[in-house]
Design a protein around this ligand. Structure first.
Ligand code: AMP
Length: 625
């Protein structure tokens, strides 16, 4: 049973939070027991547990699975209309579309009424944390951008929608009409317009992921003149035809407001858009958006546009379940950890010995289960991959997320989100993780930052169409000022490529330098707006804008084509930078060898050794030259 409380009652919420985080182990045992008791007779669990609901049996017999392993069960329910009892004894009410863009594929995740209640409880706890730490939030309005897409019906008769659409459509009465509009452009335009008209009342703006917020800023850049003109005339543009948007905006934009329009024009006409968010909404205190994991790359861009407002990365959630809340919402975006809420699902963790190689833990490996630990037994400083067992029919399901234990709140572990498990670039035996790439790109950008650039977005793929294969990085650069985009300095860009290479791991460098198994890394600079087109492509494939995460390693040929067709300049790693290093190592080797031989000669004075000395001296001077 979930505890209940009024989300406006911060004291009551805080007490519950303290209580559940002081009893995490016990609550987790209860959650597992409930799930097993309820679902032991499902087709899926019966196959492993023979109808028993014993917890130890569960840990011994039920396999660790990926989405691909259970897809067949979900397809039977979604496509063939078979009953939910294949997986769960609760009725599956909807299927949630997991964006999957970080991992490459879209997934359909079952949702039940009970899961809806768990999510509601989670967000009540979040409200408690926000009320407690984000002072002044309730003194104004929160402009939280939400976009929903139309429902799809599966042949089996279930509704397929995103987590956000599910939440909003199931509680329509709680949300403003404007976010019920299913046309992305009309909805976003109207939400921004409402935010502009009420510009002095806004205390915070936000969206789910940081990438979404940048998309909104770009949209604003393209539409601010039109919006300002609407405010001046008191009339909304004709292309906004959706009745929900028209109704919602007309309640706010009911008269001509030329002064407001003038002040918006003044801000937007400034040469640089640095701090534009703070200038447009002068009372704003916080920006809310997930900024951890792959979203960390957007920190510089968000700092630029927000004028360094605090960025609050609130939660770690997914279509499968809600996991953790950031209990220090005002901490630096680089220090965010999420405290797991023990009532949400049953959590297990696969330790990852060398987190550089997270794919080493194969689901089919029988020894895997001996290493799995539960929430109460994770260790600080250790990396883990998260497994989840839910009341919706997922059992020991690999989330594909790699987490690091950073501490505890009471006895409940706190995790830093590190990276997706399966995002790696690889040509040969090299394995470059999302995190490796992120670090390397950040270091390389130090060359371009003093020139006024920041990286708006990037992605990559391993190009094996030629031999040797090589890493390709797509970069969308942005100037801090609104000047015309200059021609990029070839030498500096080549240095960037080399610096990325030098920041990758030893295996990469060995394959690149010594055996030439990997060709020089290439940076393809794409024109402005390219990553928006990429986002549109994934959205057209069914990904929700709210959940969208730029894939850091692109597998889709169509997506590569989209970026490739927008390349303005490309650069490859300057070979000699790396060669210089190997030259230096050979020099050191020759220095030492010559010295050793010289000493031996001094001692023994042998003719053969004299000859050797000649040979070494020859190589020594050639290397030095
Ligand atoms: P979706 O099911 O489409 O909502 O995507 C869920 C995935 O988004 C998770 O498995 C994570 O990979 C990612 N994600 C969710 N919350 C966070 C977070 N706070 N930091 C980093 N990545 C996150």
């Amino acid at each position: 049973m979930l505890p209940t409380f009024d989300p406006r009652d911060t004291e009551a919420g805080s007490r519950i939070l303290e209580d559940i985080t002081s009893n995490a182990g016990h609550i987790q045992e209860q959650v597992l027991e409930e799930i097993l008791t309820k679902n032991a007779s499902t087709d899926y669990l019966k196959g492993f547990l023979n109808g028993y609901s014993d917890k130890e049996l569960f840990k011994n017999k039920v396999p660790v699975v990926d989405y691909e392993d259970i897809k067949i069960y979900i397809d039977r329910i979604a496509l063939d209309g078979e009953p939910s009892q294949i997986l769960t004894n609760d009725s599956i009410t909807e299927l949630l579309i997991s964006s999957g863009t970080s991992g490459g594929k879209q997934k359909w995740i079952p949702k039940t009424a009970e899961e809806g209640e768990r999510r509601a409880f989670f967000f009540c706890l979040l409200a408690t944390v926000q009320n407690r730490y984000l002072h002044g939030l309730n003194d104004g309005k929160v402009l939280f951008f939400v976009l929903i897409s139309p429902d799809i019906h599966t042949p089996g008769g279930l509704v397929l929608r995103t987590t956000t659409a599910s939440e909003i459509k199931n509680r329509k009465d709680r949300y403003p009409q404007v976010i019920l509009c299913e046309d992305t452009n009309q909805s976003l335009y109207s939400q921004l317009l409402c935010g502009l008209v009420q510009r002095d009342a806004i205390a915070s703006i936000g969206t789910f992921f940081a990438s979404g917020l940048l998309r909104i800023i770009k949209f604003f850049e393209e539409h601010w003149q039109e919006m300002s003109s609407n405010i001046r005339t008191g009339q909304m543009s004709d292309w906004i035809t959706d009745p929900k948007c028209k109704r919602a905006v007309s309640l706010i934009l009911s008269k001509q407001m030329p002064d407001l329009a003038d002040s918006i024009d003044l801000v937007c006409q400034e040469k640089s858009w640095e701090g534009i968010i703070k200038k447009i909404w002068p009372r704003i205190k916080y920006v809310q958006a997930i900024i951890t994991g792959s979203m960390a790359q957007y920190i510089p861009a968000l700092e630029f546009y927000t004028g360094r407002l605090p960025i609050v990365s609130r939660v770690y959630v997914s279509s499968e379940a809600c996991f953790g809340i950031n209990l220090k919402p005002l901490c630096s975006p680089y220090d965010v950890s999420y405290t797991f809420i023990p009532n949400m699902a049953y959590y297990e963790f696969i330790p990852i010995g060398n987190h550089q190689d997270p794919n080493c833990t194969n689901s089919k490996d029988a020894r895997l289960k001996d290493h799995i630990v539960d929430l109460a037994n994770v260790k600080i400083g250790q990396h883990y991959e998260l497994l989840v067992t839910t009341c919706t029919g997922l059992y020991r399901y690999r989330m594909g997320d790699v987490l690091l234990v950073t501490g505890f709140h009471n006895i409940t572990p706190q995790f830093k989100f590190v990276q997706r498990r399966n995002v790696v670039l690889s040509i040969d035996t090299d394995k470059t993780t999302e995190q490796d790439l992120q670090n390397a790109v950040t270091i390389a950008m130090h060359i371009l930052e003093p020139l006024g650039f920041f990286l708006l977005d990037y992605s990559s793929y391993a190009d094996t169409s030629s031999i040797p294969g090589h890493y390709v990085l797509f970069w969308e650069l942005q100037l801090r000022s609104n000047d015309d985009f200059p021609v990029l300095d070839q030498v500096k860009m080549e240095k960037c490529c080399s610096l990325v290479e030098q920041s990758l791991d030893l295996q990469y460098k060995m394959l690149r330098n010594q055996s030439n198994t990997i060709g020089p890394l290439e940076v393809r600079v794409v024109k402005q707006g390219s990553f928006n087109v990429l986002m549109d492509f994934y959205v057209s494939q069914g990904t929700s804008l709210n959940q969208y995460k730029t894939p850091k390693n692109i597998k889709s040929e169509k997506a590569i084509e989209i970026l490739d067709s927008r390349v303005v300049e490309n650069f490859t790693a300057e070979k000699c930078l790396i060669k210089t290093r190997s030259l230096w190592s050979s020099r050191i080797f020759l220095h030492i060898s010559s010295l050793v031989i010289y000493l031996v000669l001094q001692c023994r004075n042998v003719k053969v050794l004299h000859h050797c000395m000649d040979v070494f001296v020859f190589y020594y001077f050639s290397a030095c030259l």
